[in-house]
Design a protein around this ligand. Structure first.
Ligand code: ADP
Ligand code: MG
Length: 383
């Protein structure tokens, strides 16, 4: 986003010469619903950023304007405010956890503008948290490393916003690198930047343009079902702490002991972890066909076993797979709407966009936004 424009908008509403920070959204290539099971994920940051212009005040208040929401909110840092069930919770939550870490914030004027489609599964929430974190820290001249900031972002979302998310979104928003996807072990937070450099391939994101309400409640149910799975499986495999600790072969041996629904949930998570590891191996071997097949298998597992897809996502995936040059197509993010991610042969992208848009529009009367994404840089100051 253009720095000048954001500063201009800031100056229209506030006083002072602001500093400017930004953080990107992300798309997860594979490894879905594995992060809160201590498993593996493989996201990349996308070139859509949330940008914040910030200038400190001395009154212990945050004046937060979101251009996307066209709204200005004031928050009193001394009032011990709780969540308002409002978009400002993400910023207030970040301020809250930073204060708990010992940073006494002076107050600030903040102007937010985001290119990340909001509520589409590309993690506009993490982009907002991470850009807020950098902006707020700058007002105290504080510094924290990227891993710590990601963890604090997750904490803000878990404890303040009340969304029990894993670490993936915040971590990739902080650690994204141009031309690389990031393979992350969500237990140890060890990560590896994997080059995604092939000129012959493209990552294409298709937006269903829908978001079904059951998302949040179903998410919490899935988490509980996974925990139940761990509990039952630990009778046979002592010492396991998460589904991450169970191999697919181990699962198969004792799966009959699990109630049917829990069995399906576990089968998804355990097989998805294995697929994610296989994906990295495939990419390292330049085997994009295998990578695409694993993406397809991931979607089918999310649809049939984890049951977090929806008619619109399934339709977009079906349409994509019917296109020439589509190596793999799957839902990405939490599910129940949002986006699909597709691996495409570069010179087939144009026809793909045309075909998928037309057919999706014909069947749903919705026009899908389609983005061709290159792995982008993580959160940083915009100078
Ligand atoms: P996602 O992270 O997939 O975009 P979420 O439901 O997790 O979807 O987060 C979306 C929410 O984050 C919005 O409803 C809003 O509260 C907040 N949000 C994200 N970006 C902005 C923004 N630019 N301005 C204000 N609020 C935002
Ligand atoms: Mg989110």
């Amino acid at each position: 986003m253009d720095r000048k424009q954001v500063v201009k908008k800031f100056e229209h509403h506030f006083a002072g010469q602001p500093r400017v920070f930004c953080a990107p959204g992300r798309v997860n290539l594979i490894g879905e619903h594995t992060d809160y099971n201590d498993g593996y994920v493989f996201p990349m940051a996308i070139g859509f950023y949330t940008t914040i212009a910030v200038f400190p005040t001395r009154d212990r208040k945050l004046y937060i304007r979101s251009e996307n929401m066209d709204e200005l909110i004031a928050i009193d840092l001394d009032a011990n405010e709780k969540k308002r069930h409002h978009w400002s919770d993400y910023v207030a939550g970040m301020a809250h956890v930073l204060e708990k870490e010992g940073f006494r914030l002076p107050g600030a004027s903040m102007l937010i503008e985001s290119e990340v489609p909001v509520g589409s599964g590309l993690s506009s929430s993490a982009a907002l948290e991470m850009s807020s974190a950098l902006a707020l820290l700058s007002t105290v001249g504080g510094e924290l490393n990227s891993e710590k900031l990601a963890l604090l972002g997750q904490k803000a979302e878990n404890q303040f916003v009340g969304m029990n998310c894993g670490i993936m979104d915040q971590f990739i928003s902080m650690h994204g690198r141009e031309n690389h996807a990031l393979f992350l072990d969500c237990r140890t937070l060890d990560y590896e930047l994997v080059p995604l450099k092939s000129d012959a391939l493209r990552i294409v994101i298709c937006n269903t343009m829908v978001k079904h309400e059951l998302g949040a409640s179903e998410y919490n149910k899935r988490r509980a079902e996974c925990e139940k799975g761990v509990l039952i499986l630990s009778a046979d495999y002592a010492g396991i702490k998460a589904l991450r600790d169970v191999s697919f072969a181990q699962f198969q041996k004792v799966q009959h002991k699990l109630p049917p629904v829990v069995r399906k949930r576990c089968r998804h998570v355990i097989s998805e972890n294995e697929r994610t590891l296989q994906s990295i191996a495939a990419l390292n071997a330049d085997d994009s066909a295998t990578f695409g097949r694993l993406m397809n298998a991931s979607h089918d597992s999310l649809r049939d076993d984890y049951q977090v897809s929806c008619a619109e996502l399934d339709l977009l995936v079906k349409l994509a797979r019917a296109c020439d040059g589509c190596l793999g197509a799957r839902m990405t993010g939490g599910g129940f709407g949002g986006c699909t991610v597709n691996l495409l042969v570069a010179d087939k992208v144009e026809a793909f966009v045309e075909e998928v848009s037309k057919a999706y529009e014909r069947e749903t009367a919705l026009h899908p936004d389609i983005y061709i994404s290159v792995p982008a840089r993580g959160a940083h100051e915009v100078k």
